[in-house]
Design a protein around this ligand. Structure first.
Ligand code: CP
Ligand code: NVA
Length: 302
């Protein structure tokens, strides 16, 4: 059966299993044991947008698993010159075992997954970023030991891929989630409704003051996602007051952690002092992209 990871909802029944597999393979690999579970397998990685972490972590992950990854930028492949997504999916399915796609739109992502005859992994689109949120939940589990009942507070752009995947991911993991955004940037209602179905507390507000009280995790993301560049100046004005700083961090629980998927823009969504401070786990999150995606790839190809 073809399986895929397009939305966090695709792992609603096996999220913790994937996280535990990733942690297990991370420990094995760090102890010098071989984790070559995907020998001879090939991953095709299509990029319509820039990337540092996603590209490197998938490529290194596949090589640790004994397989091989191919980087396909739409600047170079025929998809960028008008070949259809359908034909691209059908052709790649004849060569590779797995596709990772970083897409401009969720429609394109779904179209590729529909036509591919092999599993497709969403490496970010305009609606979701599931690989990042699975890695973040792995990081939270390592830091806090268990996920259920924690309080997660996200400040900033509530209407982007990270906020949407956090809503679903926290719901699935049993984590209460609060999204704090200017009214114009609240999450799409669909993601709020889906998160609520898991029975966690979901709060959506534009009030920054006191918002991080009782938080175990404080997270943010850039105010200007890829594709939003033309709105840069307006957004910087509209998000004023939503910067995570020492004051917001001190309001949270004393052992609260700070998270950011990166790339970060210091002085805007967070101060550098917090992002590089003692409570920050941003580089653990970046590392865990590697291990979480190893768990995801092994699960999809087993
Ligand atoms: N967090 C993340 O996806 O980073 P890249 O854009 O560098 O891949
Ligand atoms: N929301 C950001 C995430 C980058 C990894 C973007 O889409 O650009």
């Amino acid at each position: 059966m073809k399986q895929y990871l397009i939305s966090m909802l695709d792992v609603k029944n096996n999220l913790e299993e994937i996280i535990d597999l990733g942690i297990n393979l991370k420990n094995k690999s760090k102890n010098g044991e071989s984790i070559e579970l995907l020998k001879g397998k090939t991953l095709g990685m299509i990029f319509e947008k820039s990337s540092t972490r996603t590209r490197v972590s998938f490529e290194v992950g596949m090589s640790k698993l004994g397989g091989h990854a191919i980087f396909l930028s739409t600047n170079d492949i025929q998809l960028g010159r008008g070949e259809t997504i359908e034909d691209t999916a059908l052709v790649l399915s004849r060569y590779v075992d797995l596709i990772m796609y970083r897409a401009k739109s969720n429609e394109a992502m779904k179209e590729l997954a529909e036509h591919a005859t092999i599993p497709v992994i969403n490496g970010l689109d305009d609606k979701e970023h599931p690989c990042q949120v699975i890695s973040d939940l792995m990081t939270i589990k390592e830091q806090k030991e268990s996920l259920k009942g924690l309080n997660f507070v996200y400040l900033g752009d509530g209407n982007n891929n990270m906020a949407h995947s956090y809503l679903l991911g926290c719901g699935i993991a049993g984590i209460n989630i609060k999204i704090v955004s200017p009214k114009k940037y609240l999450p799409e209602q669909y993601y709020v409704d889906e998160a609520k179905k898991f029975g966690v507390n979901v709060e959506i507000t534009d009030k920054v003051e006191d918002s991080t009280k009782d938080a175990d995790i404080i997270a943010t993301d850039t105010w200007i996602s890829m594709g939003d560049e033309s709105e840069k100046n307006a957004r910087i004005e509209e998000f004023k007051g939503y910067t995570i700083d020492d004051k917001l961090m001190k309001l949270a629980n004393p052992d609260a952690i700070f998270m950011h998927c990166l790339p970060a823009y210091y002085g805007y969504e967070v101060t550098k002092e917090i992002a590089h401070g003692t409570q920050s786990v941003i580089f653990d999150e970046a590392e865990n992209r590697l291990w979480a995606q190893i768990g995801i790839m092994v699960t999809l190809l087993k």
